[in-house]
Design a protein around this ligand. Structure first.
Ligand code: AMP
Length: 279
């Protein structure tokens, strides 16, 4: 595995691989890798000649009151995990190089960035779209892999790639969960043992809604009521939003149908968690 920190070196290395006719799969991450990230890596290994992972805690997608400084950065462990998965290229750029003093250009995906998580995390998706656009330009991947776990992110990035004509195929892979259902996330490390158990109400509610939908209940209001009831059983879990939305427009729907998605953001203690399920 080659580890590269320098942007120009990464760019020329990837260009060289493409010149040789090799296909490049790309998995962007912020590190603190877990099985969710590794599922993307394994899929990329299957689909492509070369797999490139980036680890970059992107400062411009964090709000001023958010956890940029405390975000876990187990660099040694991450490097070892990538090595074990036989990642070909590990890109770890420095924040001051990604955003030099003259940096002025951002990518804004309108409307889709302002709802759901975007309503409370202002500027978050602008930061995400900007860094992913930069990474696409540096790496020029044939395919890029994202997790359904960050559903809104996948919608925003698919829109960006289409609108800006990035010649990359966006692949979205299923959410990897812990055995008791909680969606894996680097931020789960913030949860105490008690909060971890309390957080299980989120996935329990989503599974229940899917089961009801499969049983023929299509009324979104009713499904939402039931999910709120389940999550509300534990007062420690505070819902930020809970909606059933169209998977392309993110607009709330009245009736759940194939492809519509139930999305939730909730706080357990000080930790903000998101999850979703596709009907
Ligand atoms: P992050 O490091 O949190 O920015 O995540 C990097 C990529 O891994 C994103 O595409 C995430 O959606 C994806 N990811 C994070 N958690 C999971 C999970 N539990 N299952 C599948 N993919 C995930």
């Amino acid at each position: 595995m080659r580890i590269i920190g320098d942007i120009r070196k990464m760019q020329s290395c990837c260009a060289e691989l493409k010149k040789e006719g090799l296909s490049v799969g790309f998995v962007p991450t912020m590190g603190a890798l877990h099985e969710g990230h590794l599922s993307l890596v394994r899929r990329s290994k299957k689909d492509n000649d070369i797999t490139c992972v980036s680890i970059f805690v992107n400062p411009i997608q964090f709000g001023p009151a958010e956890d940029f400084n405390t975000y876990p950065r187990p660099a040694r462990r991450d490097r070892m995990l990538c090595q074990k998965e036989k990642v070909d290229l590990l890109f770890m750029p420095r924040p001051d190089r990604m955003y030099g003093p003259g940096f002025r250009t951002h990518v804004e995906v309108e409307a889709l960035s302002d709802v759901l998580c975007g309503a409370t995390r202002q500027g978050h998706f602008r930061g995400v779209a900007t860094v992913v656009a930069k990474l696409f330009n540096i790496i020029q991947p044939d395919r890029a892999y994202f997790g359904q776990k960050d559903f809104q992110q996948t919608v925003v990035l698919k829109r960006m790639a289409a609108d800006l004509n990035f010649p990359v195929e966006i692949k979205v892979l299923p959410t990897v969960r812990e055995t008791r259902g909680l969606a894996m996330s680097s931020r789960n490390a913030y949860l105490s043992a008690q909060e971890h158990s309390q957080a299980l109400a989120i996935s329990r509610a989503l599974f229940r809604a899917r089961q009801m939908a499969r049983g023929g209940v299509r009324d979104a209001a009713r499904l939402i009521r039931e999910m709120k009831r389940i999550i509300g059983q534990d007062r420690a879990v505070r819902i930020e939003y809970l909606k059933i939305v169209d998977a392309d427009t993110l607009s709330p729907v009245k009736r759940a149908q194939r492809g519509t998605t139930a999305v939730v953001a909730a706080r357990v203690g000080a930790t903000r968690l998101i999850d979703n399920i596709v009907f």
